[in-house]
Design a binder for this molecule. Sequence first.
Ligand SMILES: [Fe+2]
Length: 304
Amino acid sequence: MAFRARTSLPPRIALNAGLRRGFSRRCSSSSALFRPEALSVFELEAPTLGISSDSAHVDFINSRLVADGILKIRLGFSDEKSQYLEQIIRQLHTNHGHGLPITHSASRGWFWDVRPTTPFQQSTISASSSAMPTSTQARSETMEEFPWHTDCSYELSPPRYFALHVLHHDRCNGGTTSILRVKELLQSLSPGTKYALSRPDFRIEVPPEFTKNGNERYITSSLLQEPSLTPMNPQLRFRQDIITPLTTDATKALQELKAGFEKIEVQKAILHLTPELLPKGSIILIDNRRWLHARKYASSTCHT
Ligand SMILES: [Fe+2]
């Protein structure tokens, strides 16, 4: 799962995923719940690395992803190389048609680290990466603030899932990732606005660090999946800084969409994945089309 796929997507669950490993902040199992009230998130326990090849365990993970589009897993063992997550991804691919992850960028593989470093200090840990570091670092690889977005929104077919494996959480409580279900964001929008968002009237720039085809500087697409295709679980692509509406209706719809983040009912639906909720050893899998995410600043140093 964590961000992104260059490979063609299986038509069914259209899924590729990108994998993300969080540093410094970022069924054999019992399950528990944590907030928010209306958006309970299953918490699954993985007591051993070996359970990653247990079919019942993997089936359960898949079922929760299909049903909820989100799942938290708590590892009961040390896994600095994310072997559990890699194995789960392979199993989801083999047994549930998820597809394998995309490479993160022209220079990254399945996994990348999120931590306050300079580009050349980063290490790439990937089962498939053959890439070398470049001087171009994606914002998602840093701990800078990142407003509401979905990953790879500039892809013709954005990856379906991504994963965050917290190797070390931020000791100063920084770097909180927040998530918001698309369904809650769209609830207050009019049918006309949703229709405009589902029209291919938006130009979406491909960030330079993700340009893999020299001629592919932007795509033209809708932001919202045709609502009649996903009435219960709407799917969205969004990253404000790279989207340009091409019509008057698209401009108005985008404005209304952005205003939606400030509504009280939407604010109440946001789940903040603080280090307390997502401590070291946690993995969270998220449907990149049904959930938006954002990140607040994570300090590289703190004084205690
Ligand atoms: Fe992201």
